[in-house]
Ligand binder design. Structure first.
Ligand code: ATP
Length: 270
């Protein structure tokens, strides 16, 4: 397990895209911190700047202003301590490699022996329930299985933080529920910190220990909602709790207000 303490610190982050047709201010003045071992979800109105934020955090995009720090060190480029899983699993996997080959590929950049690599790949495939499909090719798998391969690849890399950008948007509802539980299990068992962007309000409350609600663009944190549901969750009983309904209703209301452009009202969560 990683040490507890501040993992990520984002301070007055700002991102302006410059283009010939005019500048687009995607991130306004955004600050939050995340502790090691936390599972934090991010929701916000469509187009508010969620992907831009994740790319700045992952060192894939240079911010216009502000600070992103991991363990007190500025993030200036992609870090081996972070792994990113995007929505388009189909495009992120190499069709000519087997499942095992796809999971193994990024590990070739690490100084590991063949045996160490094999163990990490086998463990990651076990963790996502795909040991039996190791020799298949991605195109032989269902969408949900392909997304599991993408998750296994991220997990095998042994990141400290897993950054996920709407990873289950393209799979069916049942598969989505299974993958949500897989993420919760990886977080609980392996102590991986998870930052999870989703459009789905129920998903954010079911998964998260906190939900950051973003404002419309140029985005900032509108509210940081503590999800005080029991740590042990399951799809049926947790979602049937009155507190689950209260939290999802609250987050939904905040997003509606954010869409209408209401200012951030500093008030406590329900
Ligand atoms: N490369 C780019 N150049 C110019 N503007 C961009 C670029 N990428 C994103 N934007 C703009 O920045 C804003 C935020 O986009 P972003 O994709 O980060 O939002 P999002 O919240 O992830 O969107 P969605 O809800 O659709 O997933 C939008 O206005 C978008 O048009």
């Amino acid at each position: 397990m990683p040490d507890r303490g501040t993992l990520l610190r984002v301070e007055q982050l700002r991102k302006v895209y410059e283009s010939p047709t005019g500048d687009v201010e995607a991130i306004g003045d955004l600050s939050f911190t995340m502790d090691a071992g936390e599972l934090v979800c991010i929701v916000g109105p469509s187009g508010c700047g969620k992907t831009t934020l994740l790319k700045c955090l992952a060192g894939l995009l240079r911010p216009t202003g502000g600070v992103v720090e991991m363990h007190g060190t500025p993030v200036t480029g992609p870090s081996p301590a972070m792994a990113v899983v995007f929505q388009e699993y189909g495009r992120s996997l190499y069709p000519w490699l087997t499942v095992r080959g796809n999971v193994e590929l990024p590990l070739r950049h690490k100084k590991l022996s063949r045996a160490q690599r094999d163990t990490l790949v086998t463990d990651a495939l076990d963790a996502v329930g795909l040991a039996h499909a190791a020799r298949s090719h991605p195109w032989q798998l269902s969408g949900g299985m392909q997304q599991r391969v993408a998750i296994a690849r991220a997990v095998a890399y042994q990141p400290e933080v897993l950054i996920m950008d709407e990873p289950f948007a393209a799979v069916d509802a049942q598969t989505r529920a299974d993958l949500e539980d897989l993420v919760r299990e990886l977080h609980a068992r392996r102590g991986i910190s998870v930052l999870f962007v989703t459009h789905d309000i129920d998903e954010s409350v079911y998964l998260g220990q906190r939900v950051l609600v973003l404002s419309h663009a140029p985005t900032r944190v509108r509210e940081d909602v503590a999800v005080d549901l029991p740590a042990e969750r399951d799809q049926i009983t947790t979602r049937a709790l009155p507190r689950f309904t209260e939290l999802r209703t609250h987050v939904y209301g905040e997003i509606q207000r954010a869409k209408r452009g209401h200012n951030v009202a500093p008030r406590p969560a329900p």
